[in-house]
Design a protein around this ligand. Structure first.
Ligand SMILES: *Cc1c(COP(=O)(O)O)cnc(C)c1O
Length: 331
């Protein structure tokens, strides 16, 4: 693999830190490290920034003047895509899927506030289960009619090109931990639209890193997500120049921390958010990293990590906290 051959914009200066979490580790009886992708560039950081470096370079190469994407009503992906579009001087239209019926509130805080502050070109809201690709194509057609050149970014930026952001992150982790003299024995990542989990899997597998990866699902069922991650990881690896098939045994998804559904609170999520905040001063979010943190905590308490070094991939999302005050405080 040689990612320098693929056009890329830069939205973060340097690398995100890998930090040891001594207080949380003592609390859980495990060796927990964190990869701070919550500190990536663009508005308030988070994992979509890495994917957008490749996706926006492609949009610009294709002469686009307008970006169209889709996400949930409190979508970090939509916020960051909009921020990247602002930086590149492009218009940006958002299609918001109301995954929880009645959840769209035009006056909501969190990411919704930031859509407006960042100057979104338009917001359209669509019910859960509607055809999102068709919805974005409809907007694209309107842009073309008006003389513009649209570029559609899929939900979460999770196509093979976007996933390269996490192939790059895997290589960053290997280089960084080599410098630190820190062998990693287990990596825990959120698994949603899948580009993060797939990219990390492609990057670590193509480098023969031998680091087991656990993807904690925030929405899909294990039996649906595992083959999807495997396929996307294979496509990402090939796009990066590695002629490999990702084997089934390197893809592990755990779906028991989703609770009643996407973005719906669980007691374990609230505990995880409070534990990270009160032991390490680190903010998790209620939709993704809070549930992934709940998975990490459960695995640590069950002794699944032994005395190995665990790397928790923090994918961001903190602006959503301001929309989910009660869930976060458990009040
Ligand atoms: C989108 C998102 C995820 C999930 O990443 P995918 O690549 O969609 O699986 C995790 N955490 C946060 C904060 C996100 O915004």
């Amino acid at each position: 693999m040689h990612l320098a051959r693929i056009p890329r914009r830069r939205y973060t200066a340097g690398q995100t830190p890998i930090e040891f979490l001594p207080n949380l580790s003592a609390e859980l009886g495990a060796q927990i490290y964190i990869k701070r992708d919550d500190l990536l560039g663009l508005t308030s950081g988070g994992n979509k920034t890495r994917k957008l470096e490749f996706l926006m370079a492609d949009a610009l190469a294709k002469g686009a003047d307008t970006i169209i994407t889709v996400g949930a009503v409190q979508s970090n992906h939509c916020r960051l895509t909009l921020a990247a579009a602002v930086k590149e001087g492009l218009a940006c239209h958002l299609l918001l899927e109301e995954r929880v019926p009645g959840s769209y509130d035009v006056d909501a805080s969190g990411n919704n506030l930031l859509y407006k502050l960042l100057g979104v070109s338009s917001i359209r809201v669509t019910p859960a289960g509607s055809d999102l690709a068709a919805g974005m194509e409809e907007i694209a057609e309107e842009v073309r009619q008006a003389g513009g050149t649209p570029y559609i970014i899929p939900g979460g930026g999770s196509n093979p090109l976007g996933s390269l952001g996490y192939v790059a992150c895997a290589e960053e982790i290997l280089a960084q931990t080599f410098e630190m003299g820190l062998p990693i024995d287990h990596l825990v990542t959120p698994s949603g639209s899948g580009g993060t989990h797939a990219g990390i899997t492609a990057g670590l597998t193509a480098n023969n890193a031998g680091i087991p990866i656990t993807g904690i699902s925030v929405r899909p069922k294990k039996e649906d997500q595992e083959p999807k991650i495997r396929e996307l990881a294979t496509q990402a690896a090939r796009l990066a120049g590695a002629d490999i098939d990702i084997p089934a045994e390197v893809v592990t998804v755990r779906d028991e921390f989703v609770g009643p559904g996407y973005s719906l609170p669980t007691a374990e999520m609230t505990e995880a958010i409070q534990l990270f905040a009160r032991t390490e001063g680190i903010l998790l979010d209620p939709v993704y990293t809070g549930k992934t943190g709940a998975g990490l905590i459960a695995m640590a308490r069950a002794g699944e990590f032994g005395d190995g070094n665990v790397l928790f991939l923090h994918t961001g999302g903190s602006p959503a906290i301001y929309h989910y005050q009660q869930e976060v405080l458990g009040a």
